[in-house]
Design a protein around this ligand. Structure first.
Ligand SMILES: NC(=O)c1ccc[n+]([C@@H]2O[C@H](COP(=O)([O-])OP(=O)(O)OC[C@H]3O[C@@H](n4cnc5c(N)ncnc54)[C@H](OP(=O)(O)O)[C@@H]3O)[C@@H](O)[C@H]2O)c1
Length: 361
């Protein structure tokens, strides 16, 4: 059942707190043809989505910029054109359907969520996907939770299939960056001993993650991500772990780090390959794993937030740690939505030291 924007507007007027009307059109960063960052164009008259029963209309204050958005924009991951970019948002409920209202949601609730099409003033979001943001957690940080925070949670709690136990070594690449800045802190909260790799320029951020050991690499000239050839990472890992290696390796860098990751494993350790910031991990023979009787997994967030209970469990942990101060995450840069292309250029340059967001007035 589709609920027209008119009904949504009427519903909003009834319970409005700060919202007087939902316009018919909105600003949105739209991809009409795939390509470089410039194909992301801000349009001022994109139709505001109608909400279906079970959905709410969120007035977005922030949209997260994630690597996957650049893969959609460039055509590496296929999408039907045209589309609004993004898959992470945070804001306030501006209107809601009867089913969402019956589920306890209210106009004005502060929420964060992940669905496709978030680089826009408004998004129609299934209530089942909403995270209620507690007072005391900023909407910017809450928006960052939805992809990087939840990903770091499942990587450090479940994706390793419990092949690592508290007190054992875990290697996490790029702890001066986004997801792995969260993951390093969560791995420490789990009681693992953590070795983090990071680029020289991101050392101060990496140090705040409280890794037991940091392996600091030179930067690629002209870029700010690590030159993995500048230090013998495997040798350092083996020195640190007294020749045992790591029971889990969490790797979002991909192409540049896969050999390091596999060679740093302990016997019966697991290579958790969750991303490809430097390029896709190429196919390799399974026989390669025999040396350590190793495991490999290539997980994705969707398979680790399969129902409301799992989503609430992960978000509850994260919001709890943020409120208690056990988890500290930085927002690196916030670009106005009008500068949509600049946000992608910045992320793809590997310069980020934490979450990159769009602010949407
Ligand atoms: N499977 C999942 O569930 C899932 C969820 C979220 C993200 N991902 C994927 O994981 C990857 C990382 O995402 P993220 O959000 O953590 O991104 P991020 O915050 O930008 O961190 C990625 C890090 O990769 C390094 N890097 C960036 N570009 C590079 C390049 N060209 N060559 C070598 N290193 C480079 C940088 O490391 P330093 O900071 O150390 O310099 C950068 O900070 C992406 O491929 C993303 O799509 C997967």
């Amino acid at each position: 059942m589709r609920i027209s924007a008119t009904i949504a507007r009427a519903g909003m007027r009834r319970g409005a707190r700060g919202f007087s009307a939902v316009p018919k059109t909105m600003r949105a960063a739209v991809v009409r043809q795939v390509g470089g960052p410039d194909v992301l164009k801000v349009e001022k008259d994109y139709p505001v989505p109608a909400i279906a029963d079970g959905q709410v209309l969120v007035k977005n204050q922030f949209a997260g910029i994630n690597f996957i958005d650049t893969y959609h924009r460039s055509g590496m991951y296929k999408r039907e054109l045209p589309f609004i970019g993004g898959q992470e948002g945070g804001g306030q409920i501006a209107a809601l359907s009867p089913k969402a209202e019956a589920a306890g949601w209210k106009v004005g609730d502060r929420v964060a969520y992940s669905i496709l099409q978030t680089y826009s003033e408004f998004s129609a979001v299934p209530a089942a996907k909403l995270l209620k943001v507690p007072a005391g957690v900023g909407l910017d940080v809450a928006t960052a939770c939805v992809v990087q925070g939840l990903t770091a949670h499942y990587l450090t709690h479940d994706a390793h299939a419990q092949l690592i136990k508290p007190g054992e070594w875990c290697l996490i690449h790029g702890v001066g960056g986004g997801t792995c800045q969260w993951a390093a802190q969560m791995a420490r909260l789990r009681g693992y001993k953590v070795i983090g790799t990071c680029a020289k320029g991101k050392l101060s951020v990496a140090q705040q993650t409280r890794c037991d050991e940091l392996i600091v690499l030179d930067e690629v000239p002209g870029k700010s991500f690590e030159d993995y050839a500048s230090v013998d990472v495997v040798k350092r890992v083996m020195e640190i772990t007294a020749g045992q290696g790591c029971k889990a390796v969490i790797d979002g860098i991909g192409l540049n780090t896969m050999d390091i990751s596999i060679n740093s494993l302990a016997r019966r350790g697991i290579f958790v390959s969750f991303g490809n910031a430097s390029g896709a991990v190429p196919a390799f023979p399974v026989l390669r794993l025999i040396e350590k009787s190793a495991f490999v997994t290539r997980p994705k967030l969707l398979d680790y937030t399969v129902d409301r209970a799992e989503l609430d469990r992960r978000a509850g942990d994260i919001f709890g740690w943020l409120l208690s101060g056990e988890l500290k995450v930085g927002i690196d840069r916030t670009f106005p939505l009008e500068k949509a292309a600049d946000g992608h250029i910045y992320l793809e340059a590997g310069k980020s030291t934490g979450k990159v967001l769009y602010s949407i007035d």
